[in-house]
Design a protein around this ligand. Structure first.
Ligand SMILES: [Zn+2]
Length: 470
């Protein structure tokens, strides 16, 4: 027993060392190691191949939280000291590639390649870098990649990798190491539209910081805008046959979903953001059309001139910042690869209720709230179906807008009548599925354009904010 205990104490001491500044300084310099790689495969197969490794630019993240205990993301990068095998850094993250794997295109066995980046502080000595994917039970057992990186070698590029841009500090609250550093990139703004971008960024970030819990944590953020002039105005819009040459290649109709707007040009995004110390990237896209997207620790984006833009910005940041899941659903999706039957999702705001009446956010549930929590899902789906038909039937954009407003009011009234309105429970429907998945509140910003995240999402966001700042 004595031997076992002393072994345990050594292990605890090592973890403790990695969680302090002493640990950081023992293993790392204050610069960023950027590992660019290609992620290729099909629905059932994936491969990672290094593109280029760069060293340079200030390390913006925490110097105390070196090991990631958030258990978020579909992938995990794990870094060990090559000489001792001691794990000195880890981060969970998500990728667009993983989403693509659930598409019909991927299931047909077609290969696709996407460019991705993982970042860590530059180590002082050679390290083993491993990338893991989750298995069917959501454990990180699938090793996809492993290599040794010697930071002093000539295979690590020292070039100053920052796309020429105009950088402005929008919010400056302190040194990057203890703040959440956000780079806001301009997409689809021509040189003549530079002032428009400045105005859009200010307007939207003001609304962003009016939302809880970002409002209460504003002093923990640094926000910089990065302006790169675009040859053309606006993003690609394939369904309208509109094609634009822009710095980051943002396009509507990602994976053939009209309003889903993402980029396949990660290298350019990383190059532009590298003008500032950053942890998170928000891309503001110069368009009036509804659209956006967000991937955990990758980036989030929204168009700027739609009346829903501010809502989309906050919603997508919820995905990108804390891996909050979508809480919306429709009646016609019966199965989702993202949330297999019998497996508890690791996203903080969805549950399969496998241990019902025990629920993973039980600290927010009042004792007289039943689990699962009753609500009129049939009535809701009927109302949504009617709304869809009415919007489609309206002829002009103005008529469509009037219909949307009319139904927004009807939905507000519908939800206000539900017996557990405003309560935390486990409401069936979420993660695109009407059955078998449960969300914590009837209506948070992860389901639709209401103002609140609700208590469960707020706690999840706060946990990530604390990870970066405490
Ligand atoms: Zn979403």
């Amino acid at each position: 027993m004595k031997t076992k205990w002393s072994f345990l104490l050594v292990a605890v001491a090592q973890i403790a060392a990695a969680q302090t500044n002493d640990g950081f300084d023992a293993f790392f310099t204050s610069q960023t190691l950027r590992i660019d790689y290609f992620h290729s495969g099909t629905a059932t197969e994936e491969h990672i191949a290094i593109d280029q490794i760069y060293a340079g630019g200030e390390w913006a993240e925490s110097r105390t939280h070196l090991l990631d205990d958030l258990n978020l993301g579909n992938y995990l990068v794990r870094v060990s000291a090559a000489a001792t095998n001691q794990v000195i850094f880890s981060r969970g993250y998500a990728t667009l590639f993983n989403e693509w794997q659930t598409t019909e295109e991927a299931k047909r066995g077609i290969f696709k390649t996407m460019h991705e980046t993982v970042r860590l502080p530059v180590p002082k000595s050679p390290v083993i870098v491993e990338i893991y994917g989750r298995d069917k039970q959501n454990y990180f057992t699938r090793q996809l990649f492993a290599t040794v990186i010697d930071p002093a070698s000539r295979f690590v590029s020292r070039e100053q990798r920052a796309m020429p841009a105009e950088v402005l500090a929008l919010i400056k609250n302190g040194a990057p190491a203890n703040k959440i550093d956000v780079a806001v990139l301009a997409e689809g703004y021509t040189a003549a539209q530079k002032q428009k971008f400045a105005g859009d960024a200010k307007r939207l970030m003001d609304i962003f910081f009016a939302h809880s819990p970002f409002k209460e944590n504003k002093q923990n953020f640094n926000v910089s805008t990065v302006f790169v002039a675009s040859a053309d105005a606006g993003p690609d819009n394939p369904r309208a046959n509109e094609w634009r040459y822009t710095p980051f290649g943002m396009s509507f109709n990602t994976f053939d979903t009209d309003r889903y707007m993402m980029s396949l040009e990660n290298r350019a995004i990383q190059d532009a953001a590298s003008n500032v110390p950053f942890e998170y990237v928000i891309i503001l896209v110069n368009s009036t059309k509804y659209g956006g997207g967000g991937i955990f620790r990758f980036y989030s984006c929204t168009t700027v001139d739609n009346e829903q833009s501010a809502y989309v910005l906050v919603h997508e940041f919820g995905h990108a910042f804390a891996q909050l899941a979508d809480e919306y659903f429709t009646s016609d999706v019966a199965y989702s690869d993202a949330y297999p039957v019998g497996v508890e999702p690791w996203e903080p705001n969805l549950t399969r209720l496998l241990a019902a009446p025990e629920v993973k956010w039980k600290q927010f549930v009042e004792k007289d709230t039943p689990i699962p929590t009753p609500w009129d899902q049939t009535g809701y789906l009927k109302l949504e179906a009617e709304r869809g038909k009415a919007v489609q039937a309206a002829k002009t954009e103005a008529e469509k807008q009037a219909v949307r407003q009319q139904y927004a009011k009807l939905l507000d009234e519908f939800f206000a009548k539900q017996p557990y309105w405003g309560k935390v429970g486990a409401f069936e429907g979420g993660g695109y599925l009407a059955k078998g998945l449960y969300r914590p509140t009837l209506r948070s910003i992860m389901i639709s354009g209401t103002r609140d995240f609700g208590p469960v999402n707020t706690a999840a966001l706060q946990r990530v904010m604390d990870f970066y700042t405490k």
